[in-house]
Design a protein around this ligand. Structure first.
Ligand SMILES: Cc1cc2nc3c(=O)[nH]c(=O)nc-3n(C[C@H](O)[C@H](O)[C@H](O)COP(=O)(O)OP(=O)(O)OC[C@H]3O[C@@H](n4cnc5c(N)ncnc54)[C@H](O)[C@@H]3O)c2cc1C
Length: 343
C-alpha cells in the first residue's frame, strides 16, 4: 500500500520539551510543524524518565514536575495545532536541494519538509533487549517491545515480562482481546501504579489471566515463530510455558540511532551548531536541545528553549525567502495575538 507523503514546512525530530517549545516559536512565524517521536507520548526525558520528579530551574516555575511541564507545553502550543507522529523513528533524512528534505520513518511514513529541526535529545529511546538466545530472529514477528495496534494481538497467547507501568498497562489493555495473558515478574511486588497492580491481581483471582513469579530464561520455537518460554521459578527450576507472543518491558535506553547516518558533522555523538542560528553543517537542518553542542553548552531545558527561539528566527528565511523577518513581542503584537487566539 502506498501512502501519501506528508507535506509540511518543518519536521521536528523529537517531541521532548525542546521540540515542543520549537512548535511555539515556529508557529509565531507562521511555520507549520510536524513532530515525530519514537515514544508513544510527547515530553521526551521529562515524561519518560522523571514524570513525577520536581524540576526547580524552569524560569517562573519555582517547582514543576516533568509531566506538568510537558502538559503546560502542550497547552501552550495548542493554537498551532501541530501534527504528532508518535511511536515511529525517523530513519532516513535525504536532502532535496532547494526543495528541502524527504524523511522516512521506520513505519514508512514519508514527509517532505522545507526545514528540519533535530531535537533528538540523547537520541532515540530504545527498549532494553533481554539477553535471550535467538530473540533477535523473533523480534517484530513474535517478540514486540511496544504495542502499535491492540487488534494485532487478538487471540494470541501472550507472555508479558516486567514489573513496571508498561508491563501492567499492556497486560490490562491486551487481556480482553488475547486468548490468554500471563505476566511474569521476578518478585511478588510490582513497581507500577498501585491501581494497575490491583486490577491485574483481580483478573488473576477471577481466573482471567495468570501471574508467574520468575524470570524468562529461554525461548522455544524458530523461523520467527515463538512456541514457548522457559521460566526459572523461585525454586530455581525451569518450567515451560506455552505462548506465541512475548512482550518484554525492561525499560528504555537512549541511543543516538539513525541521526549518526545523516552525513552531519558530529562531535562525540552531539551535533555541533553555531550559536547564532543553531544550524548544523547542513543548511536548513537545525539542531536544538540536548543533541547539540557548542562552546559553553549547558544541557538544560531553559537553554533548549532559548535555542528554539533563535533557530525559528533563522528558519524563517528558508520558509519565506521573500518576506522580511519582523521582531515582535507577544504582549503587544495584535498579529501574534491573532495567531495565539487571544480574544
Ligand atoms: C533524571 C533527570 C533529571 C533532570 N533534571 C533536570 C532539571 O532539573 N532541569 C533541567 O533543565 N534539565 C533536567 N534534566 C535534563 C532535561 O530532561 C533535558 O535537558 C531535556 O529533556 C532535553 O530536552 P530535549 O527536547 O532536547 O530532548 P529529550 O527530552 O531527550 O527528547 C528527545 C526526544 O527525541 C526522540 N528521538 C530521538 N531520535 C529520534 C528519531 N530518530 N526519531 C524519532 N524520535 C527520536 C526521543 O525519543 C525523545 O523523546 C534532567 C534529566 C534527567 C534524566
Amino acid at each position: 500500500m502506498t501512502r501519501d507523503v506528508i507535506n509540511t514546512d518543518a519536521v521536528i525530530i523529537g517531541a521532548g520539551p525542546v521540540g515542543l517549545f520549537a512548535v511555539f516559536e515556529l508557529g509565531l512565524l507562521d511555520i507549520k510543524a510536524d513532530l515525530i517521536d519514537i515514544l508513544d507520548k510527547p515530553g521526551g526525558q521529562c515524561a519518560e524518565l522523571y514524570p513525577e520528579k520536581p524540576i526547580y530551574d524552569i524560569p517562573a516555575f519555582p517547582v514543576i514536575t516533568g509531566q506538568e511541564l510537558t502538559d503546560k507545553l502542550m497547552q501552550q502550543i495548542e493554537p498551532f495545532n501541530p501534527a504528532f507522529h508518535l511511536q515511529q523513528r525517523v530513519d532516513e533524512l535525504e536532502p532535496k536541494g532547494e526543495d528541502g528534505f524527504r524523511l522516512k520513518t521506520d513505519i514508512e511514513t514519508e514527509f517532505k519538509a522545507k526545514i528540519v529541526i533535530i531535537a533528538a535529545g540523547g537520541g532515540s529511546f530504545t527498549p532494553k533487549r533481554p539477553p535471550l538466545a535467538g530473540i533477535e530472529d523473533l523480534e517484530g514477528k513474535s517478540v514486540f517491545y511496544s504495542v502499535r495496534r491492540i487488534e494485532d494481538f487478538r487471540d494470541k497467547t501472550i507472555l508479558i515480562a516486567g514489573g513496571g507501568d508498561s508491563a501492567l498497562d499492556w497486560t490490562l489493555a491486551l487481556q480482553p482481546v488475547a486468548k490468554r495473558v500471563t505476566i511474569v515478574h521476578r518478585r511478588e511486588e510490582f513497581r507500577g501504579a498501585p491501581d494497575s497492580v490491583k486490577k491485574m491481581r483481580a483478573l488473576v483471582d477471577d481466573g482471567a489471566m495468570d501471574f508467574v513469579i520468575g524470570q524468562v530464561m529461554e525461548l522455544h520455537g524458530g523461523n520467527g515463530r515463538l512456541e514457548g518460554a522457559g521460566i526459572r521459578g523461585k525454586d530455581g527450576g525451569i518450567s515451560r510455558l506455552d505462548c506465541d507472543t512475548l512482550l518484554p518491558f525492561f525499560g528504555l535506553t537512549m541511543k543516538l540511532g539513525p541521526v549518526a547516518d545523516w552525513g552531519l558533522n558530529l562531535d562525540e555523538n552531539r551535533i555541533p551548531v553555531d550559536t547564532e542560528k543553531f544550524e548544523t553543517s547542513h543548511a536548513r537542518i537545525f539542531a536544538i536541545g540536548d543533541i547539540n553542542t557548542y562552546p559553553g553548552k549547558l544541557k538544560l531545558i531553559l537553554s533548549g528553549f532559548h535555542e528554539a527561539a533563535l533557530m525559528a528566527r533563522h528558519a524563517y528565511r528558508y520558509v519565506y525567502p521573500d518576506a522580511k523577518y519582523m521582531f515582535q513581542h507577544t504582549t503587544t503584537s495584535s498579529s501574534l495575538h491573532k495567531k495565539l487566539g487571544v480574544k
